[in-house]
Design a protein around this ligand. Sequence first.
Ligand SMILES: [Zn+2]
Length: 152
Amino acid sequence: MSDRDAPPRRVERTDEEWRERLSPEEYRIAREGGTERAFTGAYWNTHAPGRYRCVCCGTALFSSEDKYDSGTGWPSFSDVLDPRVVATREDRSFAMRRTEVLCAVCDAHLGHLFPDGPPPTGLRYCLNSAALELDPDASVGDDTGNGPGASL
Ligand SMILES: [Zn+2]
């Protein structure tokens, strides 16, 4: 790792501080490495344009432009917004050898990375909705007229 790969900033808090800021489900997944059940999260079937931020520190991590339907029931992305803010490490839990995906700014657990994504990257960032927060991009939406009065 060179300095070039370092995240732009660091956010560090105690477990008590995270517990106060997050819902129990968000804490279980983002701070304790949990996984939400497939097809239950807020974003597995979301197609709205925008950026997905870390639920813990607010850093923009993934773009809706890289989101695709993986059929797994978890929000899946083929690429990251900025490689400096998304970290990976080997995860040998549950007798499996997987690659864990983390927020490089605050070390939040986001999900896992698999090598079966679509081209050109061939990557599948399989994430938990509870670790993410969609920041909708109104300027990109041209299909439904996302004005203030528009209903969902
Ligand atoms: Zn974070």
